[in-house]
Write a protein that binds this ligand. Structure first.
Ligand SMILES: [Zn+2]
Length: 309
């Protein structure tokens, strides 16, 4: 029944995301959910035709099969104009999917691995292999030290999408290569953006939403407590870098770029200082970076606070 009838005008067996049938009827249905969740179908076209589609489907069945599906009493009631949904065997209604059935796209990794290395601000270099997530919407790679679960892939997608919205990103082609790495790969950093490679590292711990939220709740600044804060911080670095590239061409020397971007933000930081702005109010990180003369970092945190705080 579920797979055959076109109840929302979305094509047979396809359901709007919030109206999945309550039971996984057979494996093929699960595939369909995934497609729909991924937006393969124009949701604008959906029409609530549950009853009609069911009627149509019942009409297409031989009488004996109809009696099987509805029961004899049900069949009679349906023939008298009642709604089949009260009688359909195994039909539990199309209820809200929330909290009940969460389907995520499985993670498909490339066969081939590539060597990567991350250099921390402290100078430590960690080497690891990465594999590309073949079925991801964005250019996402994952470290061999991370067991990327479908839910984490969905979370990284959600975060990127949110950041694109918040930052008003129009050109998605220039988005960074995303590398999901372990806490150890990143030497405890939550994230990092490498401008000359247009590469964004994200700590896999930030993709375990529940646990990450728990950790963030211990931080004192509201903007820092938002689970989007790491991705947004790195995406702001990315956006700064893209602006630079548009103006001056590709970034070849990371040092040269850093000097430029620090200088670029200095005057705004100076203005905040004149206004006796307290950087500790943004985050501990921002005040440390102010002391260290990393004005690019201070202003990145300032913008995260503006957008999330
Ligand atoms: Zn930063």
């Amino acid at each position: 029944m579920y797979a055959k009838a076109d109840m929302y005008g979305l094509g047979a067996g396809i359901y709007p995301k919030d109206k999945l049938p309550p039971l996984p009827v057979h494996p093929h249905c699960l595939c369909r959910y995934v497609e729909v969740i991924e937006g393969e179908v124009d949701m604008q076209q959906q029409r609530d035709q549950v009853r009609e589609a069911g009627d149509k489907w019942l009409n297409s069945l031989p009488e004996s099969r109809r009696a099987q599906v509805l029961g004899r009493k049900g069949l009679k009631a349906w023939e008298d104009g009642e709604d089949w949904r009260k009688y359909m065997r195994g039909y539990a209604g199309l209820r809200e999917a929330k909290n009940r059935l969460q389907m995520y796209k499985p993670v498909e990794l490339s066969e081939k691995a590539k060597a990567d290395k991350y250099q921390s601000p402290q100078g430590t270099i960690k080497e690891f292999q990465t594999r590309k997530v073949e079925n991801a919407t964005y250019d996402i790679h994952v470290s061999e030290n991370v067991n990327l679960k479908p839910k984490m892939l969905a979370e990284v997608n959600r975060q990127i999408n949110k950041c694109i919205d918040l930052l008003g990103v129009r050109n998605k082609e220039a988005l960074p290569k995303i590398v999901i790495a372990s806490n150890d790969d990143l030497n405890d950093a939550l994230g990092s953006y490498v401008a000359c490679e247009n590469k964004l590292y994200i700590n896999s711990e930030t993709l375990h939403r529940k646990a990450y939220e728990k950790y963030l709740a211990t931080l004192k600044n509201p903007a820092s407590r938002n689970p989007l804060m790491t991705m947004l911080h790195e995406m702001i670095h990315w956006q700064d870098a893209r602006k630079y590239v548009a103006k001056f061409g590709e970034i070849t020397q990371q040092d040269e770029y850093m000097a430029h971007i620090i200088e670029k933000h200095r005057s705004f930081v100076d203005k905040l200082v004149q206004k006796r702005y307290n950087f500790a109010e943004i985050s501990d990180y921002a005040s440390r970076m102010y002391i260290g003369g990393r004005y690019d970092e201070v202003m990145t945190e300032y913008r995260v606070k503006k957008l999330l705080g």
